[in-house]
Design a protein around this ligand. Structure first.
Ligand code: SF4
Length: 341
């Protein structure tokens, strides 16, 4: 069991993001102790062997309401035995990414854009993750593989945007990312660099001056797409970190996943959009759950999702309403779903 470390804000500020990564909570009992919960109060808790391990960084765990087993942040990370049930239609690779994983480290499924898998690891393990079964061991990210990935981008002049993904790409050092972004910028036909990351939300200390420098030093237009599902994920430290990114002129977008008992009501979605905008982030996508094995209990029927977005549209300005989308394997883009009223 991990030692319990006090939740002092002053203490949290003095810890580097790398230390926060290494002292993340990695077992169920420690998480329950840290959040003031008892195993007996949580129905269907899985304290056994996990095929998708628990990992929760403390800055995120600090935002979980103490003693509340139904906290929406806790629900996103707590393993339940129901994950081991096989539910028809929920599979290990719901987006059939194996077909687009054309060489180690590269997923090329959409025209003009290519995804570089820079890490198999994340700062947090979200139980609903569509890549929870992804074969990261076959995408090992050696420098030879990165060179080969750069070669792939170089020889295809239709690629105008490179997306750094993972796992979480920001788990790599700023020095490494700076070198990589420089190499990408040297490829004349690439115009944009997009970074998909949850790190600034779960460990806001990750937004370092070095990171802001490499994000803004190249000629590429840069877009950072964060992932937050609930307003409680965006506290003052996260807001300050996001505003620092925004202050450098970087486009900041958010994508959320619609999750049962986490954010499937209009007030929660409304608060999320408003909190994001205060932090300089445009609400961008609201995804229906990708039907990954182990996450069926989070799924929301599409009609219910459309009604929710209809209610949201009637309460918020259009720019605060994220696009409701579903990703369908083999389709050339995400599929939008219309709001219902
Ligand atoms: S941060 Fe993203 S990639 Fe990592 S586990 Fe969560 S949803 Fe999956």
């Amino acid at each position: 069991m991990c030692p319990i470390i006090p939740r002092s804000d002053q203490f949290i500020h003095s810890i580097s993001w790398q230390s926060e990564l290494s002292r993340a909570i990695k077992d169920v009992r420690s998480l329950l102790d840290y959040t003031g919960n008892q195993p007996d109060n949580i129905d269907g808790l899985d304290i056994g062997e996990l095929d998708f391990p628990l990992r929760v960084p403390r800055p995120y765990a600090n935002r979980i309401e103490h003693g509340n087993p139904d906290d929406p942040l806790l629900r996103q990370v707590l393993p339940l035995s129901i994950e081991k049930n096989h539910v028809t239609g929920y599979v290990s690779d719901p987006l059939r990414e194996a077909n687009s994983n054309i060489q180690p480290g590269i997923i090329h499924k959409y025209k003009g854009r290519v995804l570089l898998i820079l890490s198999g690891a994340c700062a947090i393990n979200c139980r609903y993750c569509f890549r929870r079964h992804f074969p990261y061991q076959d995408n090992q990210n050696s420098s030879a593989e990165w060179q080969s990935a750069l070669g792939y981008i170089r020889q295809d002049s239709s690629i105008t945007e490179v997306i750094l993904s993972g796992g979480d790409p920001l788990i790599n050092s700023d020095k490494t990312l700076q070198q990589l972004s420089q190499s990408i910028a040297e490829i004349a036909h690439v115009k944009r660099l997009r970074i998909h990351t949850r790190l600034p939300v779960v460990i806001p200390q990750r937004v370092t001056d070095e990171m802001l420098d490499w994000l803004t030093q190249s000629r590429l237009q840069t877009i950072v797409v964060i992932h937050a599902n609930h307003a409680s994920e965006i506290d003052e430290q996260v807001t300050n970190a996001l505003l620092k990114i925004r202050a450098r002129g970087i486009t900041l977008l958010n994508q959320s996943v619609l999750l049962k008992a986490v954010n499937d009501d209009v007030n929660t979605l409304k608060q999320l959009s408003e909190r994001l905008f205060q932090a300089g982030v445009m609400p961008y996508y609201l995804h229906l759950l990708d039907k990954v094995q182990g996450a069926a209990h989070f799924d929301i029927p599409s009609q219910q999702a459309q009604l929710l977005v209809g209610q949201l549209s009637s309460q918020l300005a259009g720019y605060l309403v994220p696009k409701l989308v579903r990703e369908i394997a083999g389709e050339p883009s995400k599929t939008p779903l219309l709001a219902r009223f």
